[in-house]
Design a protein around this ligand. Structure first.
Ligand SMILES: [Zn+2]
Length: 78
């Protein structure tokens, strides 16, 4: 029996989970308003991009982003 030893496991990594959460159809590109497929989690906040603007801004922003969450592969599946 090992009860009472797992209480403080799920108190951390909230930020990481959020930065890695899947994008939905409600997420819109900050540049053009199309459906977002990339989320860049920056020090100062979060940016959303469609595939087009993600490609355009990737080289400039990706090195600065804490998390570059890229779902553009979804577009190529079908
Ligand atoms: Zn866009």
């Amino acid at each position: 029996m090992r009860e009472g030893t797992v209480n403080d496991i799920n108190t951390t990594t909230l930020e990481a989970d959020e930065a890695d959460a899947p994008l939905s159809g409600l997420d819109r590109c900050d540049s053009c308003g199309a459906q977002a497929y990339v989320r860049a989690t920056m020090e100062s906040g979060t940016l959303l991009f469609c595939a087009h603007h993600a490609a355009k801004h990737h080289d400039a922003l990706q090195p600065l982003a804490k998390v570059w969450h890229d779902e553009t592969a979804k577009l190529q599946e079908r």
